[in-house]
Design a protein around this ligand. Structure first.
Ligand SMILES: [Fe+2]
Ligand SMILES: [Fe+2]
Length: 247
């Protein structure tokens, strides 16, 4: 079963990370799921693939009642992000799913009806949750053509989807980055291949470097905290990405 860890808590406002499934089939990429709860509402980010739904659901249920989830957020359309959608909707048909307008006609192939989806316009939007105003932050082409991150300004937590992802070896499986230089070696090839647009990357670095962020939480790998958030943005800003030659 996956593990669950509280990564932020202040009164009823909390963030949980669900990660590291020791029973995961070796041919599935490892994923992190995150939940933010406030004021009696909660939102699950990138709930994961259908194959891992039981592992995510049962792990979450050890710390939090899944019936209290009110919304899902899909950073983009990949199967490791949101192919579990129909299983979540079987559990709770009233769930809403926030996703880029670009994918609102594609993701229903994984499940859901028209009124399941809340399309996010290209510039982003405020997503209310309890007494919070979460921000869907545009991250188009990083890597998907319709791509959003989720920022919680009160907790100073930034969910970054595939940006910041690292494919870590078994001996580096901590929830948090502790040795940036060692960690980032496992992020380089992923970003070089998957992040297709240098201008989009530059624009994202410019915008996100201005946000106060204590924790940057990617969908794969470990969480960047404190100074490592700035280190990551600087590293990414200087990394050569995108189409430079035929593969
Ligand atoms: Fe992806
Ligand atoms: Fe991913």
């Amino acid at each position: 079963m996956k593990k669950v860890q509280t990564i932020f808590e202040q009164g009823g406002h909390k963030w949980l990370m669900i990660a590291r499934d020791p029973d995961r089939a070796g041919d599935l990429i490892d994923t992190n799921e995150y939940l933010v709860a406030a004021g009696g509402e909660s939102l699950l980010m990138d709930p994961g693939g259908s194959e891992i739904f039981p592992a995510v659901f049962s792990a979450l249920a050890t710390e939090f009642n899944p019936a209290q989830i009110t919304a899902l957020f899909a950073s983009h359309q990949d199967p490791d992000i949101i192919s579990s959608l129909s299983l979540w909707l079987d559990f709770k048909p009233a769930l809403k799913c926030y996703v880029s307008w670009l994918w609102a006609g594609f993701i229903p192939h994984f499940g859901g009806r028209g009124d399941t989806f809340v399309p996010i316009p290209d510039p982003g939007m405020v997503i209310p949750l309890g007494d919070l105003e979460l921000q869907a932050v545009a991250a188009h082409y990083l890597h998907s053509s319709g791509n959003f991150h989720l920022y919680d300004p009160k907790a100073r937590v930034y969910f970054s989807g595939d940006v910041g992802a690292a494919l870590l070896p078994p001996d580096l499986d901590g929830f948090f980055v502790t040795d940036f230089d060692r960690h980032i070696a496992h992020a380089r090839a992923f970003h070089q291949r998957w992040m297709g647009s240098a201008p989009a990357k530059r624009n994202w670095c410019e915008r996100v470097s201005k946000l106060p962020v204590d924790l940057m939480c990617p969908q794969h790998g470990a969480i960047y905290q404190g100074r490592d958030v700035e280190r990551f943005i600087n590293w990414f800003d200087e990394l050569e990405v995108g189409v430079t030659s035929p593969v």
